[in-house]
Design a protein around this ligand. Sequence first.
Ligand SMILES: [Zn+2]
Length: 321
Amino acid sequence: MVWALVDSFAAQARAGLGAPPFLHQHIGTEHDRHLVIGVCTHGDEVGPLPAAVALVRDLRSGALRFGGRLTVVLGNPEATRAGARALDSDLNRVFVDNPPDDREGRRARALKPVLETADLFVDLHQTGQPTTEAFYTLPYREQDACWARALAGARLWLTRPWGQAFSPGTCCADEFVRALGRPGLTLELSQKGLSPATERTATAIMRRLLALVDDDALGRRSIAAAAQTRPELSFLVTAHREPFGDPLRRLRPGLSNLQPVLADQRLSPADAPVVTSPVTGRLVFPTYPPRDEHGRVTGPLPGELFRVVAELAGHPRDVWG
Ligand SMILES: [Zn+2]
């Protein structure tokens, strides 16, 4: 199924403007805005892939219209075929000045000229573990906030003050676009994998994006006006990062992103070292790395075991200025 989708995307990309198999380009005639939509930047986050294939098919057939320039990026089809997040390096960390000379590094080099001309970039991701709902994750800036709210891809925004890197020394694709002064959003849709619900959500988001960009570019409705028609987002900030520590530490199975946790609540199973959350909030990014028969992590140790986020006390505009 996933291989057929990757093949279909590549065939449409080639039949289009002769782009490489990881890019589909559409050139409209009504305005010159360039919208870039990313899927599978992490290879195994395939949920929005069917929606991306349908989008390029419908644009090519004329069933769907877009007045500007659209590039749909299938970030890492080689990893997607392998069922892996990445092959050599995490593609979403190597949009740096000198990407590594490996497969993801070379892909980042190829994608940078596309992202450099983007007027808006929306990267659709999925979480490793289940999530109670979709959420945006990016620092707060007014122009990004405007698009995030107008797009209404999620009600929650896991945010941080502008200028604070997601992971110091690295650069995500959306960070690369924001650093050029243009809006770039990352949206975590659901737990990784194909599902009819994620396909429907991704399809709706892509179609809303096209309409929002057309309306804004053609003067029919500004993005600020469109944002006002949608509810304000709820803002969550990191309250605690739990270092991974000992390779024997582990979380009990089945923890979800955004599930409530209480201070001092035990998050490890009875037969493992005690792990608790020091704060009350909502759990995000619980990690479950592969382990040996003694319960010891086998690969590289993740930096964090989990994070806890909490509601920001006020609007970011007021709290951070
Ligand atoms: Zn991802």
